[in-house]
Design a protein around this ligand. Structure first.
Ligand code: FPP
Length: 261
């Protein structure tokens, strides 16, 4: 994906005292970065606020992450917004999140237009409240002709459920005689995942210092580099994003072999 060198320079002008654009190898920008946004609740608690205030602040971080990704020329930015397990949170918080997803998307449509960003979702959207679902459909519709970066949000997503769904669909096709068991290979499984049209992530960033995958993209992360940020999600900014990518660029990706691909 191409980026605008002028916009990139002014976006990262100055540095934050620790990292500057000069630390980055512009020839080795990852194609797909995915983020587990974690720590909204703790961020709010530390300020004596309700958890919802953390989610609201998290929206600003997500907006900045989208802009940073466009400036860097990523092909795909994806983020874990709501897991299949998140329904267990207090109803008030679930309602707030669903409302926030819908209102944020509507508000950000001009940004997606301006930055040529195409929106995608992965997860089981059928279980969402109707107004949230309708806004998602509208977002998909309004950005479908954008051919810049893809911004993919995981909503009501769980990796095990995704794999079960893929296995079930393969089993049905075997039963119908459309697929032979011996023809089932890694590609056949990948093609039945929600992420079938996305490249596997090159880099996973998880914020708030937690060392867990939390049922996120278990198949797709097989060879992904990991970066755990100590920042709580609302504190995650373009500089921490830059540090994550600089760290990624220092890795020797061998994909199980002996030399980097
Ligand atoms: C994790 O923090 C965050 C979430 C479960 C929700 C993510 C949602 C946002 C960043 C809001 C904006 C998103 C969109 C798509 C508009 P946590 O609540 O698990 O924090 P904690 O671990 O400190 O409790």
């Amino acid at each position: 994906m191409h980026f605008d060198p002028e916009k990139l320079r002014s976006y990262f002008a100055g540095g934050d005292g620790e990292v500057t654009l000069g630390d980055l190898d512009l020839e080795r920008i990852p194609s797909h970065v995915t983020i587990i946004m974690d720590g909204n609740g703790r961020w709010a608690k530390a300020r004596g606020l309700e958890r919802s205030a953390g989610h609201v602040a998290g929206v600003d971080s997500l907006r900045e992450a989208v802009t940073t990704s466009v400036r860097l020329g990523l092909d795909v930015l994806s983020a874990y917004a709501f897991s299949t397990e998140n329904w267990r949170r207090p109803q008030r918080e679930v309602d707030l999140l669903m409302h926030l997803f819908a209102t944020t998307l509507v508000k950000e449509l001009p940004l997606f237009r301006q930055e040529n960003v195409r929106l995608r979702f992965f997860g089981d959207l059928t279980a969402l409240p109707k107004d949230t679902y309708d806004v998602f459909r509208q977002g998909l519709e309004e950005t479908r002709n954008n051919d810049g970066m893809t911004f993919a949000l995981a909503v009501n997503y769980g990796s095990r459920a995704e794999l079960v769904r893929a296995v079930r669909s393969l089993a049905e096709d075997v039963r119908a005689g459309q697929v032979l068991p011996q023809d089932i290979d890694e590609d056949a499984v990948s093609r039945r995942l929600y992420t079938r049209d996305l490249p596997d992530p090159d880099l996973l960033i998880r914020t708030s210092g937690e060392l867990r995958l939390s049922n996120y993209l278990l198949w797709q992360l097989a060879y992904t580099e990991l970066y755990v940020s100590e920042h709580l999600w609302p504190d995650f900014d373009r500089w921490e994003f830059l540090r994550a990518i600089c760290s990624y660029q220092k890795r020797d990706r061998r994909f199980g072999g002996v030399v980097a691909k």
